[in-house]
Design a protein around this ligand. Sequence first.
Ligand code: BEZ
Length: 211
Amino acid sequence: MAIRLGDEAPDFTAETTEGTINFHEWMGNSWAVLFSHPKDFTPVCTTELGEVARLKPEFDKRNVKVIGLSVDPLSDHKAWAGDIAETQGQALNFPLIADSDRNISQLYDMIHPNADNTLTVRSVFVIGSDKKVKLTITYPASTGRNFNEILRVIDSLQLTADFSVATPVNWNYGDNVIIVPAISDDEAKTKFPGGWETVKPYLRIVPQPTP
Ligand code: BEZ
């Protein structure tokens, strides 16, 4: 069944390159990015995994753990890790799930049979520290993802969770943000003592709070 925003992220136990992991336990109080890729020893996936490893300090800064998945066995993941380090100049530094029995792929609806009967598509799930799904994205096998965009969305999600602000079109970190409609003007006076610009009663702009 498809996983929707706001659903609890299904828990699972998996074999990974960093040993057996129980997903919820592994997350602890962190946020998580769970992402699938179609296959080991493939070119686009190789570049993606190198890039996620390179960006790991950025995920750490945001209290986000990253974990990848494909349906290939652990022995392949371990052999491929050498190629990733060699070709991308960056060794893997996060766990890769070996989902050979496809249990987790099915649990998260990562196999889209009309795209490919057996391999996972490029799914991304951002999961909050409350274990609720905050973002889902699906890319085709032939398109590598932009993980800077994933970081940008995480920044937006965490600002919403911590400060009751939303982010406008094409927002980038540091740009002005919007007070969420659920916050009344009275509440906003407490949360944003520096004031805000009311463009319309429903469009109230404030400088981005700093986490
Ligand atoms: C790749 O990672 O390069 C890839 C994987 C499956 C299909 C197409 C491309």
